[in-house]
Design a protein around this ligand. Structure first.
Ligand code: FMN
Length: 180
């Protein structure tokens, strides 16, 4: 029997955070074991209860909430993950990762992991096109991260623009290709 791949899904503070629910459903339909890590600000966009219900496992959102934990959670998550997917990925988390920040469970886990990283950004068009964001994306790509670039579509800040989270099929396609 082939080993079931463990995917860590990072959910950040984007208006597209709700899309993580369908992604979770589709990942589980493909028999992946998925652990969700959400950022602090992602709580403004989606609740842990919602993500937990779609994931079928509890959601990790901070280092310190489980009393008596002996091993640091980010090291355990880093060891168990075969692939890390961030969807949606905020401009903020992309900047943090590009510069080696480790200030929450998600960024710490990625820093401690050797698993492939797949990043699906979602943001305002100007934020996506901003030189700093593009430099951060390039820096991550140059270091092996795979990006599922955002597409032209509906944005909350304006009717249409570049920055809409890629279609689930495109994101899952990159995940599956990366795991092969
Ligand atoms: C209504 C609203 C929608 C937002 N949508 C996005 C988004 O789609 N992408 C993004 O990069 N930032 C977005 N932001 C800004 C982020 O929420 C903010 O940078 C946050 O601190 C990112 O936190 P995180 O990267 O730790 O998850 C939005 C903010 C608001 C108020």
């Amino acid at each position: 029997m082939t080993k079931q791949s463990n995917i860590l899904l990072g959910v950040t503070a984007s208006i597209a955070a709700y899309r993580a629910c369908d992604l979770l459903t589709e990942l589980r339909e493909k028999s992946y074991a998925v652990t969700v890590v959400m950022t602090r600000d992602a709580h403004h966009f989606i609740t842990p209860l919602t993500l937990q219900s779609f994931a079928g496992t509890s959601v990790v959102d901070d280092f310190f909430s489980v009393p008596g934990r002996v091993k640091p959670i980010h090291i355990e998550l880093a060891k168990q993950s075969d692939l890390i997917l961030i969807a949606p990925a905020s401009a903020d988390v992309i900047a943090k990762l590009a510069h080696g920040f480790a200030e929450d469970v998600l960024t710490c886990t990625i820093l401690a992991s050797t698993a492939p990283l797949v990043v699906a950004p979602a943001m305002n068009e100007k934020m996506w096109e901003n030189r700093f964001t593009q430099e951060n994306v390039k820096r991550l790509k140059d270091n092996g991260a795979r990006f599922v670039d955002p597409i032209h579509g509906h944005l909350v800040c304006s009717d249409q623009g570049m920055g809409h989270l890629a279609e689930n099929a495109a994101i899952l396609g990159v995940v599956e290709k990366t795991l092969k």
